[in-house]
Design a protein around this ligand. Sequence first.
Ligand SMILES: Nc1ncnc2c1ncn2[C@@H]1O[C@H](COP(=O)(O)OP(=O)(O)OP(=O)(O)O)[C@@H](O)[C@H]1O
Length: 520
Amino acid sequence: MFLDIFIMWLVLYYAIRLVRSNTKTIQIFKGILLVIIIDGIAKFLGLKTVQYLTDMFINWGFLAIIIIFQPEIRSLLERLGKTNVFSRITTLTGNEKENLVDQIVTATMLLSKDQTGALICIEQNHPLDDFIATGTKLNSDVTAELLTSIFVTSTPLHDGAVIIQGDKIACASAYFPPTNLELPGRYGARHRAAIGISEITDAVTIVVSEETGAVSITEGGKIISVNRRQLRDYLLRVICGEETEVHGSGRKLNNEKPREVIIDDTQELKKEGKTGNTGVLSRLAIKKQEAKEQKPEKIEAEEVIPAEQPEVIISDEDENMKKLDEEAAEIKLPHKKARPAPSYPENDSVKRFEKERQHEEELREKEEAIRQEQLAQKKAAEEAERRRKAAEEAERQRKAAEETERKRKAAEEAKRLEAEARVQEPVEAAPRMTPEQVRAAREAAYQKFSSARKPEVKKESESSQNQDSQFDTTKLDLGELMGMNEDLDKTFEVIDSIDSKKKSSKTSDDSSQQEGGSRK
Ligand SMILES: Nc1ncnc2c1ncn2[C@@H]1O[C@H](COP(=O)(O)OP(=O)(O)OP(=O)(O)O)[C@@H](O)[C@H]1O
């Protein structure tokens, strides 16, 4: 019986812790409570339909809870499986815890002074192994030197968060899901990631702004700006469970961890013109303002001195702080280099959207490149065709010019030959006989000459005289005949030369005509 009650108590204890460690779970739990209350009221007032609905919800609620809390149940079982029921931090001794706090505070203040952005997450009861898996595992001692070195912007590990498990730096470059809360513009991706992790786990996260050097703490979905002293007090309380005093303020911090630390972002939102729809933080800030008026002794977010403001030195006798100052003075941060683009993984939906956008952009660029290439090819083809035609036209014109020239020369040559022929004409015109006729005449002349010498052949010469009276050689003496014979020889030579020239000019004409024909 006692064991039974003990087990039930354990189950309830862890269930409540699980619900409390996650703001989303709290909301769902509140919803379930509301349904149970409505069911009670319906029963009391006898509202049968409402009761039927709420009964249905409660009857099936077990299944619904399993479905709704599936990730949380899984994480609880995982946690049980790892037998890490007690957080690693609880296993440290008092001195180790204090040293851990000092190292974290020193590193944070150095980073703040140097305006080097940082995100340091300290694991509490909720294991952060899933987030450690997104980063680079280190498993090294927590020292101010190592912490500051990690966040120096020229190192590959500076992007993302450092997770501290117990007294070890479990990893660097871890990715946290950012919050979806509406926040003032001064909070960027780093602050969103810090609030995001505090919404889904009970971890405490320290953020150092790269822009202003301001130090903030996030826990339970809330963010608060702190100075060095406040940071130390806060960490001592969270890690060592110490109750500390804010020196000089005359006020004590709550015994419990300040789970609802909030920042007054109402002023900021008003400045940005977002007065209509103020976020959760601003509404909480207003509530807190009201509470403050009632309980002035409680420390409020609005009262926290922002880290960028000159720090108020409250006590000269704080030896711990002096020691921290001395330690910090020994650590020198390297010269900051230009900040490279973040390489940590982005929020899933944003990443997907960005990927799709890039893909579309690439497709558009490819299509445009193909279109441009086609256009260029078309232009090149057109240009080539234009050049080919121009070359053809130039060739045609060249040939035409050559042809004209050739014809001109041929005509000139013909003219020249004609002129030459005309010069030879008187010699050619004299006989006005064909060579056969001349040969016949010559023969006849010879016959006549012979018959004059021999009377027996006289009759034959008479008959030939009748044929051609022009060549009446009977009355010619030998001298005359010989002279005539020489004349005839000259005439034949002239005729032969004219014939050969005519022939040669005719063959050149023919060949040119043939060339013209084949070109056509
Ligand atoms: N989801 C995330 N998880 C872990 N680290 C992140 C995440 N988002 C951003 N960071 C870190 O924050 C850096 C970008 O910070 P950003 O300047 O956008 O934030 P910020 O809140 O304006 O801080 P700061 O005041 O330092 O500029 C990144 O380089 C990365 O190191």
